[in-house]
Ligand binder design. Structure first.
Ligand code: HEM
Ligand SMILES: *[C@@H]1O[C@H](CO)[C@@H](O)[C@H](O)[C@H]1NC(C)=O
Ligand SMILES: *[C@@H]1O[C@H](CO)[C@@H](O)[C@H](O)[C@H]1NC(C)=O
Length: 324
C-alpha cells in the first residue's frame, strides 16, 4: 500500500500547512481576553496621552497602520529599524523623513509588556489598536478591533515602494493599489477620508499647487505662500483645510470645492467613477463614519503571505534573537 502511505503523507502535509497558515487568519476581538485582559485599556491610555500632548500624533499612528498593512499584510514590518539583514521600510519613499509615531509605539509596547508580561501582545496588534484609538481620540468613529496578528521577522523596502500609493497617483493607479489588497473603490474613497486629519510636507503637494488645473486658485495661492517652488520641502499644510485635528467628513467637501491637498486626493473627485461616493460622504457623515469603521477592519485583515509564521516581538524595532 505504498501509494496509500504516500497519499497520507500528502494529506498530513496539507493539513499541517492549513493549520499553520490559518494561525494568522483566525483573528478575534477576544484574542487577549485571557492572556492580557488589560491590553486594550493600556494601549488606549498611552494613545490618549500622546494625542493630548500632540494632536497630530493620532494622524501619524493611523498612517503607520495603513503603511504596515499595505506591505505584506499587517505584521508590524514597518516598525523594524534597519540592520544588515533588515531592509527597513522606514527608508522607503513614502516613509523616509515622513512616517512618525515610532516612539509612541515603543511606549505602548513597554506599558503592555509591563502589565501583561513579554511575548504576549504583538506589535502588529498594538499598531492596529492604536490606529483605532487615535481616530476615536480625534472625534471619529469606533469599532471592535480584530486581534491575533503576529509580527514579521522581515521587512522589504522595495515592496513598500511598490505597494504604498504615491501622492502623484492617478485614479486608476489608486484603484489598482487598493484592489491588490482586496479593497474596492468604496474602501479607497472611505479610507482616503483618513486625510481628514494630519499634515503633508511641501514635497508631497508642490507639484499639485503649481501644475494641477483642477485646484481652487485661491487655495493654490494660499498654499504657495507656505510651499515655494524650490526649498522649504518640509513645510506642512493640513490635508483637510477645514482642520487637521478633528476627524470628520470635511475632507469630502474639500474635494468637491477642488481643495484636495494631494493630487491623489483630488483624483477621487475629478469626473471619474468615484465622484458619486465623494458626494455621498460629503453630505452623509454617518455613512462615512460607519463605512470608515468597516473598511478599517477590512484593511486590518490584510494577511501576510501564507506560511509566514511570525513571532511576538520583544522590541517592536527588532526581530527576536534566536537563542538556542
Ligand atoms: C489613497 C492613497 C493614499 C495616498 C496616495 C496617500 C498619501 C499621503 C501623503 C503623501 C501624505 C503626506 C506625507 C508627508 O508629506 O509627510 C499622507 C499623510 C497621511 N495619510 Fe495618506 N495616503 C493615502 C491613503 C491613506 C489612508 C488609506 C490612510 C488611513 C486610513 C491615510 C492616512 C494618512 C494620514 C492620517 C496622514 C497624515 C499623517 C501625519 O500628519 O503624520 N492615507 N498620505
Ligand atoms: C522584496 O520585494 C521585492 C519586490 O516584490 C522582491 O523582488 C524581493 O524578493 C523581496 N525581498 C525579500 C528579501 O523578500
Ligand atoms: C511642473 O511640471 C513640470 C513639467 O512636468 C515640471 O518640470 C516642474 O518641476 C513642475 N513644477 C513643480 C513646482 O513641481
Amino acid at each position: 500500500m505504498a501509494s496509500c502511505g504516500y497519499f497520507s503523507v500528502l494529506l498530513h502535509a496539507f493539513v499541517f500547512a492549513t493549520l499553520t497558515t490559518s494561525a494568522f487568519s483566525q483573528l478575534s476581538p477576544y484574542f487577549y481576553d485571557k492572556t492580557c485582559p488589560n491590553a486594550l485599556r493600556t494601549i488606549r491610555s498611552v494613545v490618549e496621552a500622546a494625542v493630548k500632548k500632540e494632536p497630530r500624533m493620532g494622524a501619524s499612528l493611523l498612517r503607520l497602520h495603513f503603511h504596515d498593512c499595505f506591505v505584506n499584510g499587517c505584521d508590524g514590518s514597518i516598525l523594524l529599524d534597519p540592520t544588515p539583514t533588515i531592509d527597513s521600510e522606514k527608508n522607503s519613499d513614502a516613509n523616509f523623513q515622513s512616517a512618525r509615531g515610532f516612539e509612541v509605539v515603543d511606549d505602548i509596547k513597554n506599558e503592555v509588556d509591563y502589565v501583561c508580561g513579554t511575548g504576549i501582545v504583538s506589535c502588529a496588534d498594538i499598531l492596529t489598536v492604536a490606529a483605532r484609538d487615535s481616530v476615536v481620540a480625534l472625534g471619529g468613529p469606533t469599532w471592535e478591533v480584530e486581534l491575533g496578528r503576529r509580527d514579521s521577522t522581515t521587512a522589504n523596502k522595495t515592496e513598500a515602494n511598490i505597494q504604498i500609493p504615491r501622492p502623484s497617483s492617478s485614479l486608476s493607479q489608486l484603484i489598482i493599489h487598493f484592489n491588490n489588497h482586496g479593497l474596492d473603490i468604496n474602501d479607497l474613497v472611505v479610507l482616503s477620508g483618513g486625510h481628514t486629519i494630519g499634515f503633508a510636507r511641501c514635497v508631497s503637494y508642490r507639484n499639485r499647487i503649481y501644475n494641477d488645473t483642477n485646484i481652487d486658485p485661491f487655495y493654490a495661492r494660499q498654499l504657495q505662500q507656505i510651499c515655494p517652488e524650490n526649498g522649504e520641502n518640509f513645510n506642512l499644510a493640513p490635508l483637510d483645510p477645514m482642520g487637521p485635528n478633528h476627524f470628520g467628513s470635511g475632507y469630502f467637501s474639500d474635494l468637491i470645492q477642488k481643495k484636495g491637498l494631494l493630487h491623489s486626493d483630488q483624483e477621487l473627485f475629478n469626473g471619474g467613477y468615484t465622484d458619486e461616493l465623494v458626494l455621498k460622504y460629503s453630505h452623509d457623515t454617518q455613512a462615512f463614519n460607519k463605512n470608515f469603521a468597516i473598511s478599517m477592519i477590512k484593511m486590518g485583515n490584510i494577511q501576510p503571505p501564507p506560511g509566514d509564521q511570525g513571532e511576538i516581538r520583544f522590541d517592536c524595532r527588532r526581530v527576536n534573537d534566536n537563542i538556542d
